[in-house]
Design a protein around this ligand. Structure first.
Ligand code: PLP
Length: 380
């Protein structure tokens, strides 16, 4: 897509002038492990039920603005009331609405990088100030004391659990302390919650803390990234505020029908989630073992992805794409993530392919950098 011209930049709101068009850097490849999507599509029987629901959905009428049937199904699942749930056009829309409703000029969002870049992006769109409390640079675990101290004077806190791209879950003790410390709202983004160990969700804390907000999406475990559907669980007045700022028809009739079917049949997704979790363990163990022989570091993860560090990661990513037709996400440009790649857990075959390719590439590059290059030789 064309980049912004200086002409339109001058016409834009001053705080938006430095923006550029989002480029996911997508190339069609044989194996795509770059975007943390579910590598398995919706199970065939479930897809048939979704197709039937879509076929029965008229498109000439506007959608129910609040997706109430879907809210009721989500409320029944999570053991709360319709008033505790709001649905959005992907989790991203709800994150944006969260900043739109509760952020803004003069307000501060406590962020815990390295993490999902959308938080800082939506903060910049809404002119919300960001207070970064960086994760420990080796383990990537959050600095609990730093976060709680920052939360005391903040309007908003966002913590991702499991965190994208580092994979760790937020300790519930930390979530509790943040809710107690923050005079505003604390969001726990559980986009990958279905892949995490039982008992790690912040959801049970909603009963004790009316300033806790939990974000979910159907994009990951439910294999519906293309339909754009996410939801938030929170106190009724928080939900009402999110409802007040939303684009009224953002969740279309087809999305509502597909999501309602998927949520009603959520047990259908359990087998693939279990496979991804066990493949994650296998991929992690294999990468750890590989790391004993070649320069590769991998962090434990509770999501459907693993963060890996290896020298010259940008080149490794390009070679994975060009020589093996495997796409992974490069994070080397991101502060705190030098030489890091994020690999989505795929099918056993895809995981075998990425393991073999990484092993070959990293060994070759390690051997090449151990031997003096021709350029260095010419300097001798
Ligand atoms: C994928 C993701 C989301 C939400 O994605 P949507 O597709 O917009 O629902 C939210 N938070 C994190 C950390 C994610 O990785």
């Amino acid at each position: 897509m064309a980049q912004l011209s200086s002409r339109v930049r001058a016409l834009m709101q001053p705080h938006l002038r430095e923006l550029d068009v989002y480029d996911p850097n997508f190339t069609p490849t044989r194996i795509n492990l770059s975007a943390n999507e579910n590598t398995y599509d919706v199970p065939a029987m479930t897809r048939a039920a979704i197709d039937a629901a879509l076929a029965a959905t008229p498109t000439n009428r506007y959608p129910d603005p609040m997706s109430n049937d879907l809210r009721d199904a989500l409320a029944a699942w999570h053991g709360c009331a319709r008033e505790n749930v709001i649905v959005g056009n992907g989790g991203d829309e709800l994150l944006y609405n969260f900043l739109l409703a509760f952020g803004g000029p003069g307000r501060t969002l406590v962020n815990c990088p390295p993490t999902f870049s959308e938080y800082a992006f939506f903060a910049s769109l809404t002119q919300t100030e960001v207070a970064d409390v960086w994760r420990e640079p080796e383990t990537y675990l959050p600095d609990a004391e730093g976060l709680v101290a920052a939360a005391r004077t903040a309007s908003l806190v966002v913590l991702t659990s499991p965190n994208n791209p580092t994979g760790d879950v937020a300790p519930l003790e930390l979530v509790r302390s943040l809710c107690e410390a923050c005079p505003g709202l604390v969001m726990v983004d559980e986009a990958y919650g279905e892949f995490a160990a039982p008992g790690t969700s912040a959801e049970p804390l909603l009963a004790e803390h009316d300033n806790l907000v939990v974000l979910h999406t159907l994009s990951k475990a439910f294999a519906l990234a293309g339909t754009r559907c996410g939801y938030v669980l929170a106190a009724p007045d928080v939900i009402a505020a999110l409802g007040a700022v939303r684009q009224i028809y953002s969740v279309n009739v087809l999305t509502q029908a597909a999501a309602l079917t998927a949520v009603t049949r959520r047990e259908d997704f359990a087998p693939t989630v279990a496979t991804i979790v066990s493949e994650r363990a296998r991929l992690f163990a294999s990468l750890r073992e590989l790391g004993e022989h070649v320069p590769i570091t991998v962090w434990p993860s509770e999501g459907n992805f693993l963060l890996v560090r290896t020298p010259d990661a940008t080149r490794v990513r390009a070679r994975l794409r060009d020589e093996y037709s495997i796409l992974v996400r490069d994070f080397s440009y991101a502060p705190g993530l030098a030489d890091c790649l994020r690999i989505t857990v795929g099918t056993p075959e895809e995981n075998d392919a990425v393991l073999a390719a990484l092993s070959a590439l990293v060994s070759k590059q390690a051997a090449a950098s151990a031997a003096p290059s021709s350029k260095e030789v010419s300097h001798v």
